[in-house]
Design a protein around this ligand. Structure first.
Ligand SMILES: *Cc1c(COP(=O)(O)O)cnc(C)c1O
Length: 413
């Protein structure tokens, strides 16, 4: 932990020292309030394994390059379409396009047919998925689409549906938290176009919606126009680098777009993400907004150039090799955690391909020590907690956690 924690300090220190060179001690800005904050943010981070925090963050080399090139003395904004031919030299749109094209094959989209943007986060990508889906379906039908998503999908999607004023039908899940094909069959209204949002994974039980099975239900309504978007904010980062990569192959699954967070698996040091769709879907946005600037089909005007630069850096520094290693470690440590819980007879569950393990809720001092999130489900005996096995959830931390749990169960007897 200490080495990781030391690494984490660097980006912050580098940032704080820029423009504050007059101080002889680079760690101190002279502003007590912000120095205190930096101290807390870097040295007093609690052990957090209950949320998808990536503890393998190191952007120090990026910030060195950035400041050495005096990029901190210019405003660089990616307003516009990364795939437009004439690139504005004051933007990093060309590099943003590189990022999207690099990721395309991992999500089953042809590099020549991909369109996408680097987003401000998973939520921004889902906003685009819903918006592009709604515009696409409007081309095909005069009737307004109905959005289908599971009751366990991330809450932010409900906020987006409110904002976009879309009709929604929530689909019940199986006990493991997956959208239930039978429940979809029951709520579907085939007289309206279908905009379906799949969750990878669901909020508490980390479920990965079974798209192939859900597609069989949708296939029963061949007249119904369908747009499929995957909210893969969490699992969409590591899945393409594992034996489960078929789960993120959009063309095989018949999906039109996907959103993945950058600060979860990929290791960005701030919220960001990627939104990928096809050129066909992008072009279909036209007619709806012909009175607007038709080069600007995305929602935001000015967008961060920093996030595409960081993604570009991560791709070239980590690339497939390191991400594949990290993804394998995550999958192996998920199995290890479950195996160790079994060995002390602590009830636990996980969905196939998911890095979220949920289990009987431990005592509150253990919940606090590991910053665990709590949930409640009758089907699993009531009070639960979960661990999201990210890069920082090492075997050593798992061993310590298991030791704490077994001390607790001995104390009970
Ligand atoms: C984290 C998460 C979100 C929200 O993504 P942000 O990057 O925080 O905006 C949405 N859906 C799922 C499945 C998530 O795990």
């Amino acid at each position: 932990m200490s080495i990781l924690q030391r690494y984490r300090v660097w980006p912050t220190i580098t940032l704080l020292s820029i423009g504050l060179m007059a101080c002889s001690n680079h760690h101190q800005s002279g502003y007590q309030r912000i120095d205190d904050w930096a101290q807390k943010a870097t040295h007093e981070r609690p052990l957090c394994i209950g949320y998808p925090n990536n503890e393998a963050i190191d952007m120090s080399d990026f910030y060195e390059w950035y400041t050495a090139n005096h990029l901190d003395q210019a405003c660089i904004s990616n307003a516009g379409d990364p795939f437009a031919e004439d690139e504005d030299p004051t933007s990093a749109l060309g590099l943003e396009r590189d990022v999207i094209e690099w990721f395309a094959p991992y999500y089953g989209i042809d590099t020549n047919n991909v369109w996408g943007i680097v987003t401000t986060g998973g939520t921004d990508g889902n906003n685009h998925g819903l918006y592009f889906g709604m515009n696409f379906l409007k081309q095909l039908s005069d009737k307004s689409p109905i959005v289908y998503l599971s009751e366990e999908a991330h809450y932010s999607n409900t906020r987006l549906l409110d904002l976009q004023q879309l009709d929604v039908r929530y689909v019940a899940t199986t006990p493991m938290g997956n959208m239930d094909p039978e429940a979809l069959r029951q709520v579907i209204d085939p007289t309206h176009p279908c905009l379906i949002l799949f969750a990878y994974g669901s909020t508490f039980r980390g479920a990965i919606d079974p798209i192939a099975e859900l597609n069989q239900v949708l296939a029963q309504y061949p007249e119904m126009p369908v747009y499929r978007h995957i909210d893969a904010a969490l699992c969409g980062g590591y899945l393409p680098f594992t034996s489960y990569k078929a789960l993120t192959d959009l063309s095989k699954l018949g999906c039109q777009s996907i959103s993945v967070s950058g600060q979860k698996f990929f290791g960005s040091d701030e919220p960001s993400g990627i939104f990928l769709t096809t050129q066909d879907i992008y072009q279909s946005q036209d007619k709806h907004s012909s009175h607007l600037n038709d080069r600007m089909k995305m929602i935001n005007c000015s967008r961060s150039a920093m996030n595409p630069l960081k993604f570009w850096w991560l791709i070239h520094r980590n690339g497939e090799k390191r991400w594949a290693e990290e993804a394998e470690t995550i999958m192996a440590n998920t199995q290890y955690l479950m195996h160790e819980l079994d060995s002390i007879h602590w009830p636990n569950w996980a969905n196939e391909g998911s890095n979220t393990v949920f289990f009987k809720r431990p005592a509150s001092h253990i919940m606090d020590k590991y910053t665990l999130a709590s949930g409640y489900h009758e089907a699993f005996g009531g009070e639960l907690a979960h661990i999201v096995v990210m890069q920082g959830v090492s075997k050593e931390i798992i061993d310590e956690f298991i030791q704490d749990l077994s001390n607790e169960s001995h104390a009970e007897h």
